[in-house]
Ligand binder design. Structure first.
Ligand SMILES: Cc1cc2nc3c(=O)[nH]c(=O)nc-3n(C[C@H](O)[C@H](O)[C@H](O)COP(=O)(O)O)c2cc1C
Length: 352
């Protein structure tokens, strides 16, 4: 089958400009968009997957799910109801979703506020102010997550649970700070100061020491490996962790990962509207045994997809925003990822 590709239209470009502000693991931006026949297709870009940290592409799909939420939100901002299909073609495993323009419906105040928050949302790395989140806001965040198909687990508040989770994060970090596959991978996505790259996490987007709270941070610059960690960790006086929450799903399949991504972005944007920032600690979810241990801490043994800390920024660790690749770089065709249907594969194997 040969397909013809029209140049991207301005409306599709508008949606994609919103989409790419989404969070993604190590700012890999593992997505590609195709505008065709009045629909916008979201494809994963598997070349941008993290093979060591994310062999199954779970985190890649969470990032893509977050971008998908932004596409839907931008459509709502323009006044249209999105018509969404997740994983519409089993023969195209990297085609994650299609979005079509539905009928007109005025956007809600929440949708408008979340859309306006897109450029203000950034990953926080460091301590929070000690002020707790108001209970009604926590309830609203749970509702937003559930609306997109994931649960926001807010029950890990006891000191012993937090200590246990901190221990699992620390264990994962110790593995990832010493294993060459992980250290090389992280170094590839942590461009040095002054780099003109539009992806990865620039120096300046994270604090000098990764260990600014009881939850170990990811060591993007390899400072801990160079011996700074112990030196600095001694001076840290238990800064506020914020509210520790997990995004969880009942199953652990590709559509669950896409739903998690949409839930994640909806929670993050609603939090941003209310001046609440989020830090991310997914390290133990990248190692199967540790992920299983985190799972045992979750009520109902739901599958943990994201570990977050939510709180009010104390501005002591001002961090740079991360860059994004320009819209034309993420729009284009994706036929090369097509997996032939089974019957065609048999024909190919038989040399026909
Ligand atoms: C699936 C996933 C996992 C992530 N894991 C971490 C993490 O372990 N530590 C961290 O500091 N940030 C983590 N992040 C945040 C990304 O690094 C961040 O989204 C990316 O650098 C873009 O920056 P921004 O969120 O400020 O726009 C994660 C994001 C996603 C979507």
């Amino acid at each position: 089958m040969t397909a013809t590709f029209a140049p991207p239209d301005p409306a599709a470009q508008y949606l994609v400009r919103a989409a790419v502000t989404a969070p993604s693991p190590c700012n890999t931006q593992p997505w590609r968009f195709v505008s065709r026949d009045g629909e916008l297709q979201l494809h994963a870009d598997p070349i941008r997957r993290l093979p060591a940290a994310d062999p199954d592409g779970r985190e890649m799909l969470i990032g893509c799910g977050a971008a998908l939420f932004n596409v839907r939100l931008a459509m709502r901002h323009l006044g249209f109801l999105p018509r969404l299909r997740l994983l519409p073609d089993p023969g195209l495993p990297w085609l994650l979703a299609t979005v079509r323009w539905g009928p007109y419906a005025r956007p809600t105040a929440d949708e408008e506020a979340m859309f306006a928050a897109l450029p203000r949302r950034h990953t926080h790395r460091g301590p929070f102010q000690p002020d707790p989140l108001p209970p009604h806001l926590i309830e609203q965040l749970r509702g937003h997550a559930r609306h997109e198909g994931a649960e926001l687990c807010t029950t890990l508040t006891r000191a012993e649970d937090l200590r246990r989770l901190a221990g699992l994060i620390r264990t994962a970090e110790s593995v990832q700070r010493t294993h060459p596959l992980f250290t090389t991978e992280l170094a590839n996505w942590a461009p040095p100061r002054g780099s003109r790259r539009r992806d990865g996490i620039p120096a300046g987007a994270y604090p000098r020491s990764p260990d600014t709270t009881a939850f170990a941070g990811r060591d993007y610059a390899g400072h801990a490996r160079m011996g700074y960690e112990q030196e600095r960790a001694r001076h840290i006086a238990h800064p506020a962790l914020g509210l520790v929450v997990l995004l969880t799903t009942r199953h652990d399949l590709r559509d669950d990962w896409l739903r998690t991504g949409q839930s994640l972005q909806r929670v993050l944007l609603y939090a941003t509207v209310h001046r609440v920032a989020a830090a991310v600690h997914t390290q133990p979810l990248e190692l199967p045994e540790l992920r299983e241990q985190v799972r045992r801490m979750v009520i109902g043994r739901q599958h943990p997809q994201m570990i977050l800390r939510l709180g009010y920024d104390n501005k002591t660790h001002a961090t740079l925003a991360t860059s994004r690749r320009p819209v034309p770089d993420v729009m284009g065709q994706h036929e090369k990822h097509r997996v032939p249907p089974r019957s065609r594969r048999r024909e190919q194997a038989a040399g026909r």
